[in-house]
Design a protein around this ligand. Structure first.
Ligand code: KIV
Length: 276
């Protein structure tokens, strides 16, 4: 028998049903404490493989492993109650075969208990997406700029800025929708293309550097909080936490050096001796 939870988590079908309706709000999170905050305002929390760059300082997302994603996915599940948690599949964990993809996704779903996975790729991943969905794995797809392909793309440039380049990106979005993905991230494409894909496909589009017409938006949390040193054009900084954090660290260091921290209120006095 299952324990009744007070708050019901959103599911992939709930998000799928939001096509054309109230915009879907999504942010990334990699930790229990940020997940707790994001969960209050967002419908979807993405445990993105951007954690490789944001948390670990890698140049790209290519070095991220399945174990890294599972560890942080588990932390985000513990910190959240309501949002659908989607865990990114890292480079090398799903592209080789449908079977490899299912084995990796099954590990993620079992070990984190998240509600869905995300993987990059359009037409080339359509068969795998259908295979996964038929076997109980809810898939969020990712088209347009796919950062895991950085070594073949050569740069993180926006896609589809000339109309002649639209056709393959539209075909990718249509293919993942047809294969059964419940939503698709569209990253860094020309605005009219993001709008056009949103009008054309029957599943929600989640834009990041795409279009305000998308069915939802996603940003990397640290980017929008002003904690990332370099951000793409599509990031709006909603906060500037860097200077506040630095000021706090500087005050702490100064007080430790001056022996003014810890103060009497931060140390444990002896217990009073019992009276005889
Ligand atoms: O890894 C990530 O954070 C992502 C978003 C940028 C969509 O894939």
């Amino acid at each position: 028998m299952s324990v009744q939870q007070d708050i019901r988590r959103l599911t992939a079908p709930d998000i799928r049903a939001r096509k054309g309706g109230e915009p879907i709000v999504c942010l990334t999170s990699y930790h229990a404490h940020t997940a707790r905050l994001v969960d209050r305002y967002c419908d979807v929390i993405l445990v993105g493989d951007s954690l490789g760059m944001v948390m670990h300082g890698f140049e790209t997302t290519v070095p991220v492993t399945l174990d890294m994603m599972i560890l942080q996915g588990h932390a985000v599940m513990r910190g959240s109650k309501r949002a659908l948690v989607v865990v990114d599949m890292p480079f090398g964990s799903y592209e080789q075969s449908k079977e490899q993809a299912f084995a990796s996704c099954a590990r993620v779903l079992k070990e984190t208990q998240c509600g869905a996975i995300k993987l990059e790729g359009g037409r080339r991943m359509a068969e795998t997406i259908a295979f996964l969905v038929e076997r109980g794995v809810p898939v969020m797809a990712h088209v347009g700029l796919t950062p895991q392909s950085i070594n073949t793309l050569g740069s993180f440039r926006a896609q589809g800025r000339d109309e002649i380049d639209w056709e393959p990106i539209e075909a990718d979005a249509l293919a993942v929708a047809k294969a059964g993905a419940f939503a698709v991230v569209i990253e860094a494409v020309a605005e009219p293309l993001g709008r056009r894909i949103t009008e054309q496909i029957p599943i929600p589009t989640i834009g990041i550097g795409a279009s305000p017409a998308c069915d939802g938006q996603v940003l990397v949390l640290e980017d929008m909080l002003g904690l990332s040193p370099r951000v793409p054009k599509f990031v709006k900084r909603y906060g500037d936490l860097g200077p506040g954090i630095e000021a706090a660290i500087a005050s702490y260091a100064k007080e430790v050096r001056a022996r003014t921290f810890p103060g009497s209120e931060h140390v444990y006095p002896m217990r009073p001796k019992p009276r005889k």
